[in-house]
Design a protein around this ligand. Sequence first.
Ligand SMILES: [Zn+2]
Length: 152
Amino acid sequence: MTIYDLDSERQLRFSDEALRTFDAHRTGKVEAGGVLLGRVYPKEILIEAATTPSPADKAGRYFFERSRTVAQRAVDSAWKASVGEQIYLGEWHSHPSHTAEPSNRDRDMILNNLREAKMEIDFLVLVVLGRRMDWVGLAKEGRLHRLKRTAE
Ligand SMILES: [Zn+2]
């Protein structure tokens, strides 16, 4: 999972660092997750980093609820360290199934975040990791739709 089509002109790309974080949490005993950080370019949305779970998160075999405070701190410090370039771009978490599919709760969560967050961007990315197959989608204009992978 590296590059996805956003539309005919733009792509979503994941850095090696973000992919390493996903791989490290793909097959854990409990669900894991965090926030996606990156930059927006005219033709590309680049996910540079995925934050790792913290002890303040609530995680079980079939649920993951990340701590808002810890994630907000990660977003704030990334923003400061990059002089306002690296921003919050969405959410990721793992599912214990082979093929990932967002639950209704996942859909509500990302669409709520999109509505409530004060951001310069008008979209958010949702990554749901499966043990074999991931699900990557874009929340925009009140809807969440799956993105098509264009390259490894
Ligand atoms: Zn989920």
